[in-house]
Design a protein around this ligand. Structure first.
Ligand SMILES: [Fe+2]
Ligand SMILES: [Fe+2]
Length: 300
């Protein structure tokens, strides 16, 4: 039986709870809150995210990968709202979450911030909040990274740091030797030049080198709010880096409308095959409909 993986990202769940903008008077949060009230709330619609969530649930995937930006300005009430949204989606065991820059918009203690999502970010062996976390499901290994790091005003970058990168190297090597199909999940695109410098992963070059040196079957990311596929040359063949639009995006003017990807993974004659199907928001019918369907290059 094939393994099916659903990938969504950047829910940017609204509405912004009352009082969230001015919580603890963090300037970055105030500016982010005002930007939400002026503009972003029109683009990121919770009703679209809910239809997308139901669409994923209806297909009953083997696992769900959610690559961050569940909330907007990291206010307390947002995490409560976000956790409720996740719980309505599925259990921590069924969904893997990797934090985005908006989930760590301003410094918030782990326990009152993204730590509340820890059921969705814990590994099979380690549940202490360490990244990358690793989850094994049949012959698939899900590897979750945390690229959310402290950012200055008007910056939306991220960083893994040396410790996470070192652990990523050994995890990829070990799982590769054991024959797993390795899926790396990370909010920021982990490749050189894939985001504007103000929004990029600061150690993208180092991370890309690890991915190509060690080999990885699939890399899933969000952050750019557009659909993208980049292929890197690496160990074992082409390495696909795949981005999805925001799961709540109503407007196609600057970004792609909301969509999610479904990956069907199989092993045939010593090769990994991955079929990708896109499901996207249709503003006319207000439903999710079929988009493109294509195969990724097979890998040994
Ligand atoms: Fe985002
Ligand atoms: Fe982001």
């Amino acid at each position: 039986m094939n393994f099916t993986l659903a990938h969504l990202s950047d829910v940017h769940l609204g509405p912004l709870p009352k009082g969230a903008t001015f919580e603890n008077f963090a300037l970055k949060r105030v500016i982010g809150g005002l930007s939400w009230s002026l503009n972003r709330y029109k683009l990121h619609r919770p009703e679209i995210a809910n239809v997308l969530r139901a669409d994923i649930q209806a297909t009953n995937p083997s696992h769900i990968a959610f690559t961050g930006d569940l909330v907007n300005i990291a206010a307390k009430a947002e995490f409560k709202q976000g956790l409720a949204w996740l719980k309505d989606f599925g259990s921590g065991d069924a969904i893997s979450f990797t934090p985005g820059n908006h989930d760590a918009y301003v410094p918030v203690p782990w326990g009152s911030g993204i730590g509340q999502f820890s059921d969705y970010m814990s590994g099979d062996m380690r549940t202490d909040g360490a990244f990358p976390f690793v989850r094994l499901r049949r012959n698939i290994a899900l590897i979750g990274l945390n690229s959310a790091s402290r950012q200055n005003l008007f910056q939306a970058g991220g960083e893994l740091g040396a410790e996470q990168r070192n652990r990523l190297t050994s995890v990829l090597r070990d799982l590769g030797e054991r024959g797993f199909y390795r899926v790396v999940m990370i909010h920021h695109p982990p490749g050189i030049g894939l985001s504007h410098p103000m929004r990029a992963l600061s150690d993208a070059a180092e991370t890309q080198k690890i991915l190509t040196d060690e080999g990885v079957e699939l890399v899933l990311h969000g952050h750019n709010h557009v659909r993208s596929l980049n292929l890197l040359d690496g160990k074992g063949g082409k390495i696909p880096l795949i981005g999805v639009p925001s799961a709540s995006m109503a407007d196609a003017t600057k970004h792609h409308v909301a969509s999610w990807n479904r990956y069907e993974i199989s092993r045939n004659k010593g090769q990994w095959q991955t079929q990708v199907s896109i499901r996207q928001w249709n503003p006319q019918t207000k439903t999710m409909v079929d988009g493109e369907n294509f195969a990724l290059p097979s890998r040994t």
